[in-house]
Design a protein around this ligand. Structure first.
Ligand code: ADP
Ligand code: ZN
Ligand code: ZN
Length: 748
């Protein structure tokens, strides 16, 4: 029997987006009506006809059947921005799971009234001479200190933020008013969106593109004008001029009356980068970031919709900016994990960008120095166009890289966390007054066990990923659930030095202070960056030369240029190499390559020390040689052998339960169900792995289990997801929560 009732959302950009109204489906529409379609419905007391979107279908009427209203008509597939957003939400729900409401909330900025926030400034109106005279006069008078402070500041900077004046400068509004009355200053107010940097005269700012940059821009524009719509991958080392290419492409697209979305990981949205975009696009560019309130984000979207801006820059969520005529999507640092949403729907911005580009007739440009296996694989298959930019445009040499074998250090009696080479180079830098960065690529799941004498890591015999140490001394594989007792001796060399790997930024800092008395150390990790603005403050202090060494987690390797840094130490490359998931090698390669790129950005050449127990590991060797292609070849062979993405697709099914036994039982049931489905599907059985307890098996008293389903065809995984959802729906699962994660980025 066909469904007779439809749940309809009537205003999709409102905060009450989760309030759906039920309507009867007229017979004439029964066949064609689908979730996501736009319909016309009578609404309210006057039965005014308005547009609504179908978000659910059912056979049951939840309302008085006598009073329920009927859908009037199907609105012809519109081309409006809202229809497109709605369709995109439906696509996201289908491909990543979760509810349509969750998908809508992802795609649509929620309407919230923002108080008309004003941005006020105090501007010097009097001439300089007059101001100087007044300053002198005020200085001679008693009780004019505030006026003196203000005039002194205004003589340096003719326009000052009002808040700064009344706040930090401690000048009362009365004093400002007094000066305003005599025409010395004026209080001006603009809306909050005024950009901090005025558009520069492009004549003198524009640099000449290198022949390679020129040819990339010409080719992409040529293909665009010839009606081709493609995805391109710019594989270019840091400093090779990718950002300049993006800027020129945006200019070309804007010339053609289109708009552009630029995705940049939040952490790389630096003042320097933004200034470059402001210089080119002035008031026509806007930035989305996490410090904006919901209301402010909504307003940015309104501006985009109304054609007030051409370019938006922001993290993942900027993808959903409702431009009426999108022409280009740029995704810088395409390999970044932050492009994957951690909340349901767990979408990947790259995949959504591909779909969005297709639907809007836009071009997608991905950029990275260390492309994700996914992107490079598709470029190799001819799905994406690819450009390689191997040299830094502004010159500069690549650093010298040393790989230090920590097993050897132990053998030589060095029990510290610093290899002898690193100690020596650190001392040298201290003497020369140059700066160093020490980096520990610690990740949440580094519970692996290894031998400090021979480097052997205890791995799962089935999955070739490291086992993780759990409570009670068990070693567990987070993919298949394989379990064994903790080892007391190394299975390879018999040494007793087997243990979990533990080292933190704080220990490193303490060690440095001990070994180099008087050394100035700054530390950047989750602890020291808790407060708003602390991240920037640490970077600024380091940039100003207030410390000799910056110690930190992967946060410190992103994007920032410190010309005085000539030494970078990767203290324990193994930390990320042996995390129990299949992306461990890829992540390690990326992190080391990025970290190495931090050394020698200025005049002085740089050196990099990579410390590891596994110097023979291909991720380490190729990162030390800065050889992406060689790494890709070996990594792909491993993914192929073990059947991991991108060679196949992999769906993680996560079961969250308050009662451990129940969680495990349901996970097993679901896995069995998936297996049945797989068998019915002739030819290509689904591969099921697990269930196993998740890496962090229990959070806030909720137990977590996970199993994996693998198959080369993504659609089959989507089908499996739908079937599992339906299976659960038919049962009492109120005490459980199930989530799906397609091609997961982070271990669970
Ligand atoms: P990437 O985005 O690949 O790191 P950028 O576009 O930021 O590279 O360029 C690196 C540096 O080189 C920047 O300081 C930039 O201003 C400069 N640059 C880029 N293109 C050119 C060019 N054609 N001529 C001179 N300098 C350039
Ligand atoms: Zn050993
Ligand atoms: Zn396993």
């Amino acid at each position: 029997m066909k469904e007779k009732f439809a749940d309809i959302i009537v205003d999709i950009s409102h905060e009450k987006v989760d309030r759906a109204f039920q309507y009867r489906i007229p017979d004439k529409l029964a066949e064609e009506l689908e979730i996501g379609m736009c319909v016309q419905v009578p609404f309210g007391k006057g039965n005014k006809l308005i547009k609504g979107y179908v978000v659910g279908l059912s056979e049951v009427c939840n309302y008085d059947p006598q009073k329920i209203k009927e859908i009037r008509a199907l609105v012809q597939k519109g081309v409006g921005v809202e229809d497109r957003q709605m369709a995109l939400a439906a696509w996201i729900r289908k491909n990543y799971g979760g509810t349509l409401i969750q998908a809508l909330k992802t795609v649509l900025p929620v309407k919230q009234t923002v108080k008309g926030k004003e941005y006020k400034t105090v501007v010097l109106k009097a001439g300089r001479e007059e101001a100087i005279a007044l300053l002198g006069e005020s200085k001679r008078m008693k009780g004019r200190a505030a006026r003196v402070r203000l005039l002194e500041e205004l003589l340096q900077e003719e326009e000052l933020p009002y808040d700064l004046v009344t706040g930090k400068l401690m000048v009362s509004p009365a004093v400002i008013q007094g000066l305003a009355r005599t025409g010395v200053v004026k209080v001006e107010s603009t809306d909050i969106y005024r950009n901090p940097v005025k558009k520069m005269d492009s004549k003198d700012e524009k640099m000449k593109l290198s022949p390679q940059q020129e040819s990339i821009v010409t080719q992409i524009c040529g293909e665009y004008d010839a009606g081709m719509r493609k995805t391109y991958l710019l594989h270019g080392v840091t400093g090779s001029g990718k950002t300049e290419v993006y800027i020129r492409l945006i200019e070309e697209v804007v010339k053609r009356g289109k708009q552009a979305i630029v995705l940049i990981p939040e952490i790389a949205l630096t003042y320097q980068t933004l200034k470059r975009f402001y210089k080119h696009f002035g008031e026509r560019v806007s930035v989305l970031n996490s410090t904006l309130s919901q209301g402010e984000k909504y307003d940015q979207c309104q501006r985009a919709k109304q054609g007030e801006i051409d370019v938006i820059i922001g993290p993942r969520s900027a993808l959903f900016t409702p431009f009426p005529n999108l022409g280009l999507i740029v995704m810088d640092e395409e390999h970044e994990g932050s492009y994957k949403s951690e909340n349901t729907p767990k979408y990947h911005a790259r995949e959504v960008a591909v779909t969005l580009a297709e639907r809007t007739g836009s071009v997608l440009v991905l950029g990275s120095a260390t492309p994700s296996l996914e992107a490079y694989y598709r470029a190799q298959n001819g799905e994406y166009g690819i450009f390689k930019m191997k040299e830094r445009v502004a010159g500069g040499t690549l650093p010298t890289v040393y790989t230090e074998d920590l097993r050897e250090e132990l053998k030589q009696g060095n029990r510290t966390i610093f290899s002898r080479r690193l100690q020596e180079l650190l001392a040298d830098r201290l003497e020369k007054g140059q700066q160093s960065m020490l980096f520990i690529n610690r990740r949440g799941l580094a519970g692996f066990v290894s031998c400090r004498a021979c480097g052997e890591v205890i791995k799962c015999p089935h999955c070739d990923v490291s086992l993780s140490e759990h409570r009670g001394g068990r070693l567990i594989c987070h993919y298949c659930g394989y379990e064994r007792a903790m080892v007391s001796k190394c299975p390879s060399c018999g040494s007793k030095y087997v243990s979990g790997f533990k080292a933190g930024t704080q220990q490193i800092e303490e060690k440095l202070l001990q070994m180099y008395p008087g050394i100035r150390v700054l530390r950047m990790d989750a602890d020291t960056t808790k407060n708003k603005g602390s991240y920037e403050k640490i970077l600024e202090a380091f940039g100003n030369g207030e410390a000799d060494v910056l110690v930190g987690t992967q946060m410190i390797v992103k994007g920032h240029d410190f010309p005085n840094v000539t030494l970078v130490g990767v203290l324990a490359a193994d930390m990320s190499l042996s995390v129990g998931d299949y992306r461990a090698a890829e992540r390690t390669f990326q992190l080391i390559t990025q970290a190495a790129g931090r050394a020698g950005r200025g005049e002085q050449p740089g050196e990099v020390v990579i410390q590891t127990y596994q110097p023979e590991h291909y991720a380490i060797i190729h990162a030390a040689n800065q050889d992406y292609e060689a790494f890709y070849e070996e990594e792909l062979a491993y993914r192929d052998l073990m059947q991991y993405p991108p060679v196949v697709h992999m769906m993680a099914v996560q079961v969250y339960a308050a009662v451990e036994e129940e969680g495990l039982r349901v996970a097993k049931e679901l896995a069995k169900e998936a297996e049945k489905l797989g068998k019915n599907n002739q030819g290509f059985p689904l591969q099921i792995i697990g269930p196993a307890p998740a890496g962090i098996g229990k959070i806030n008293d909720i137990y977590r289990f996970v199993f994996y389903v693998k198959h080369p065809a993504y659609e089959l995984l989507v089908e499996t997801k739908d079937c599992l959802e339906a299976y659960l729906h038919a049962r009492d699962t109120r005490r459980l929560n199930i989530q799906f994660d397609f091609n997961p980025i982070n271990g669970l």
